[in-house]
Design a protein around this ligand. Structure first.
Ligand code: XIL
Length: 367
């Protein structure tokens, strides 16, 4: 009798345990796992990260930890930040972002070694001949690339070398405002071949890193696209290492779909990796005052994000898909608000890091 009772008790406790265990664990057939960008896509999905946001904003960190598997450093690797004085390199902010990414096994995309913008005052004032400028550029590239060797998977070696209007190389300043320079100190001082030199120097410092040329506006400037193609052909002929092309994709809800598709199609022909490197989709491109982000605009933005993801998947062969990177995370973090000074909502998450309509349509298109 005693044996029978204890056996019954044992059985009852076992059943109870089974039931509570079942209650506590998610049942995949009943509760499908939450869908996230990085697992929906067959290629990396990135975000450009700001140092202060990552350091101070828990929600920001949470969203990136969960959704993205590639990280671009939005500003901390640019000359002005990383090399603020002739003998001073400041790596702390870029290291902080890189450590965050490495700890979570996310790819790090380096941005950017050579650019006509974001250069510190001391550099703009530097006086020297072509050889001295060349040495300066080489030392910078190799110091930065060596510092991140083995951590940074790929670099935007040169950013925005070609002009908006005629697609020619930026050299002399054509801006009439005295404080603006849309020419390029590198082309002026090192010479027009600074592009090839920069790639060569980066390759010497880290032969395993993939090297990208990054540019905006290919979707509306076929002249820029042609210049990029000519540059790639020239590099190939001279054995200058280049592995990828970045299309920044700072677009808006009215950007021509044909323009986007044509740019991707043309650049893909190079056989290089294609990175949508700075995607954001503006909904208030004309900077209207008292702008309202209506349901209609939300839908248009969602449709455009869907088009971008679908077109990337359709036109870029799998082995050329380096990934799609969003230029920051929540609408309030976007450079369009801070730098362009526009009331806009260009990203996948809103100010409170809630997923927007655009998020869901982009996610669906990735699958
Ligand atoms: C922007 C950053 O997002 C801003 O925070 C900064 O003030 C200026 O630069 N093309 C590029 C990026 O390649 O480096 C730019 O980033 C946006 C345009």
């Amino acid at each position: 009798m005693f044996m029978k009772n204890s056996a019954l008790l044992l059985l009852a406790s076992f059943c109870f345990l089974c039931l509570t265990y079942k209650k506590q664990t998610a049942n995949p057939t009943v509760d499908p796992p939450e869908e996230i960008l990085q697992s929906a896509a067959s290629f990396p999905i990135g975000a450009a990260l700001g140092y202060n946001l990552l350091k101070d904003n828990v929600l920001y960190k949470e969203v990136v930890s969960r959704e993205h598997n590639s990280v671009t450093v939005e500003n901390a690797m640019k000359w002005g930040n990383i090399h603020p004085a002739p003998q001073t390199y400041r790596f702390e902010q870029a290291d902080f972002i890189a450590d965050f990414a490495l700890a979570r096994k996310k790819r790090i995309h380096g941005h950017t070694l050579v650019w006509y913008m974001s250069n510190p005052g001391w550099l703009k004032d530097f006086k020297g001949n072509a050889n001295q400028w060349d040495s300066l550029m080489k030392a910078h590239i190799q110091t930065v690339v060596t510092h991140f060797k083995g951590k940074v998977a790929a670099w935007d070696v040169v950013n925005e070398a070609f002009r908006d209007d005629d697609g020619t190389l930026r050299v002399e300043n054509r801006d009439t405002k005295p404080d603006k320079d849309n020419g390029c100190i590198w082309a002026r001082n090192v010479g027009r071949d600074y592009l090839a030199k920069a790639f060569q120097y980066a390759h010497e410092a880290d032969p395993n890193a993939l090297l990208f040329y990054n540019e905006y506006g290919q979707e509306w400037s076929t002249k820029k696209t042609q210049s990029i193609l000519a540059m790639v052909a020239d590099f190939k002929q001279r054995n200058i290492p280049i592995h990828g092309l970045g299309l920044q994709m700072h677009i808006d809800i009215n950007t021509s779909n044909d323009g986007i598709a044509n740019a991707i199609r043309e650049l893909t022909k190079t056989g290089l990796k294609i990175h949508m490197s700075e995607l954001d989709i503006s909904v208030n491109p004309k900077n209207e005052v008292n702008f309202v982000f209506t349901e209609e605009l939300k839908q248009k933005q969602a449709d455009k994000f869907k088009f971008v993801a679908t077109t990337y998947k359709t036109l870029v062969p799998e082995n050329q898909r380096y990934g799609i990177t969003h230029w920051n995370v929540g609408d309030a973090d976007s450079w369009i608000r801070s730098f362009m000074k526009r009331q806009d909502y260009p990203l996948l998450f809103d100010e409170a890091y809630q997923k927007k309509k655009a998020y869901f349509s982009f996610l669906e298109a990735l699958k």
